[in-house]
Write a protein that binds this ligand. Structure first.
Ligand code: PAF
Length: 281
């Protein structure tokens, strides 16, 4: 695995590969890699000749400075993990390399960045769009891989790719869960032992909520999920929304859409976790 921190160097290496007809997969990450990230890399390895992983804790997507400072940075562990799977290039740019000057671009994503994460983390998706578009410009991969835990982020990135005319296929990959159901996240390592024991209630409740569909309408299901999770002293639901998976608009009747997703954000002390579940009507 070659480690590169210069955007120009990476850009010219990839250009050369593409000229030779080599297919390129990109897995953008913020590091603190876990099995979820490794599964994205394995997917990319299956579908491309070379895989490039980027690790960059992107300051513009954090609406909370403390969250940015606290975000785990464990690059030597990450390198070991990347060496255990096949990764051809690791891109680890500095802040100055990615943002040599302030990037003032604004994006219009219609409704999809106004709800859920968008309304609770102002500016978050603009920051994601800034960095992902920069990575796409530098790497220009054939395919880019993103985890479905960040369900709304995948929708935003698909939109961005279309809007900016990137000829890149966005591949969403399924959530990888711990044995007790907790969705894998870089933030999980920040949980205390007690918090860790209690957070499995989030996914357990989401799984159970799918069975409630026969008895409860979406509004009642929402209330049931929020009440059940909030009963736990370690957990505080920020939002749980049941939405059309394409438009991200709230659903009031199960018959309203064939593809429905429940998205949740939960505070566990000062750590914030997200997860989601598919409902089929
Ligand atoms: O999902 C993430 O880890 C980040 O939001 C991403 C896509 C790497 C952009 O910084």
């Amino acid at each position: 695995m070659e480690i590169i921190d210069s955007r120009n160097v990476l850009q010219s290496i990839v250009k050369e590969f593409r000229l030779q007809g080599t297919s390129v997969g990109l897995v953008p990450t913020m590091g603190a890699l876990h099995e979820g990230h490794l599964s994205l890399i394995q997917c990319s390895n299956k579908e491309n000749d070379i895989t490039i992983v980027s690790i960059f804790v992107n300051p513009t997507q954090f609406n909370d400075q403390e969250d940015y400072q606290r975000y785990p940075r464990i690059i030597s562990d990450d390198i070991k993990k990347l060496e255990s799977v096949k990764c051809d290039f690791l891109f680890t740019p500095t802040k100055e390399e990615m943002y040599p000057e302030e990037d003032k671009r604004e994006f219009d994503f219609g409704n999809i960045d106004k709800v859920m994460e968008g309304s609770h983390r102002p500016g978050h998706f603009r920051g994601v769009a800034l960095i992902v578009s920069k990575l796409f410009e530098i790497v220009n991969p054939h395919k880019a891989y993103f985890g479905e835990k960040d369900f709304q982020q995948v929708a935003i990135i698909k939109h961005l790719t279309k809007q900016l005319n990137f000829d890149i296929e966005i591949i969403p990959c399924q959530i990888i869960r711990e044995k007790d159901g907790l969705a894998m996240s870089s933030r999980n390592i920040l949980l205390s032992e007690d918090q860790r024991k209690n957070v499995s209630l989030i996914s357990k409740t989401l799984f159970e909520s799918v069975n409630k569909m026969k008895l409860l309408n979406p509004t009642e299901t929402k209330e049931w999920v929020i009440r059940k999770i909030n009963e736990n002293q370690f957990l505080k639901v920020e939002y749980f929304e049941i939405v059309d998976s394409e438009t991200l608009e709230s659903v009031n009747e199960w018959s309203q859409s064939k593809n429905i997703t429940g998205c949740i954000a939960v505070h566990v002390g000062n750590i914030r976790l997200i997860d989601n579940i598919r409902f089929y009507s």
